[in-house]
Design a protein around this ligand. Structure first.
Ligand SMILES: Nc1ncnc2c1ncn2[C@@H]1O[C@H](COP(=O)(O)OP(=O)(O)OP(=O)(O)O)[C@@H](O)[C@H]1O
Ligand SMILES: [Mg+2]
Length: 254
């Protein structure tokens, strides 16, 4: 059987202030899949993703990327991440941001310049190519984050709420592009609060709450298991906070 894109065992993270964000989480993401990670604010999605990408030090557990320890250089090079919080160098232009990124990932200058141009077109940043990050609008910053994540042609692409604050056109353009990458064999891990988006795109979905995976299946499988008509209903039955679930109970039937 092919090596899983992501294999996580017993992943735990307690932040310095005592917050337990992940409590021994296991997750296997098959190679080549389009995988969704859904859950309420504070569930642990970004913590999980940050641990995979070596952006924080877990308190326990093991993470492998295509069979390799996630901290290895080879594993790092196979991952492309677009973080939830834009983290762009304020002194670099759009084009420089992309070209330098290629350099960090071992691409030649010519190769990364070529890819940078390609990504600038894909994400419609041509008019801003020589503008520094602080002068970009919120959505343009997100476009640049996505362009950077994909620049080095990673085998595993992790997108943490990529469509938050993004206009309708880019949303469609982005999904068209990501779908194409997926068809070419790239593994995609996505978090989003847009459940229709997850349902339309993801082959498999894991619901995360309180730092644990509470359910994992195809969208149809989840709906069957929880006797729900929509993924939103599954969400409300499984991981919604008490507040949301209570509001729903109060809904008066027509
Ligand atoms: N640097 C930090 N120090 C302390 N606690 C943190 C830190 N970062 C996150 N947390 C806490 O860890 C928990 C999980 O947060 P995380 O950002 O992983 O959630 P999330 O699922 O990504 O939520 P959202 O949907 O809002 O992005 C929360 O309780 C959060 O307050
Ligand atoms: Mg998050």
């Amino acid at each position: 059987m092919a090596e899983a894109a992501l294999s996580i065992r017993g992943l735990a993270k307690r932040y310095d202030d005592g917050t337990l964000a992940l409590g021994g989480l296991d997750l296997e993401v098959p190679a080549g899949s389009f995988f969704g990670l859904l859950g309420p604010n504070g569930a642990g999605k970004t913590t999980l993703i940050s641990a995979v990408c070596n952006l924080l030090r877990p308190t326990g557990g093991e993470i492998r990327v295509f069979g390799l320890p996630n901290s290895s250089l080879a594993a790092r090079r196979m991952i492309g991440i677009a973080e939830q919080e834009p983290n762009l160098d304020r002194f670099l232009t759009v084009r420089e941001t992309l070209i330098y990124h290629g350099g960090y990932y071992g691409m030649t200058r010519a190769e990364s310049a070529r890819r940078a141009d390609e990504m600038i077109d894909v994400f419609d940043l041509r008019a801003k190519a020589d503008v520094r990050a602080p002068k970009l609008s919120g959505g343009q910053k997100r476009r640049l984050l996505l362009a950077r994540a994909l620049l080095h042609e990673p085998r595993l692409v992790i997108l943490d709420e990529p469509t938050a604050g993004v206009d309708l056109e880019l949303r469609h353009e982005l999904w068209r592009y990501i779908r194409r990458l997926h068809e070419q064999g790239t593994t995609i891990v996505l978090t989003t609060h847009y459940l229709e988006e997850a349902e339309a795109l993801c082959e498999e979905i894991a619901l995360i709450s309180g730092g644990r995976i509470v359910a994992r299946d195809t969208a149809d499988g989840l709906k069957r298991r929880y006797e729900a008509q929509t993924l939103e209903e599954v969400y409300l039955k499984t991981v919604a906070t008490g507040r949301l679930a209570a509001a729903r109970e109060e809904e008066v039937p027509a």
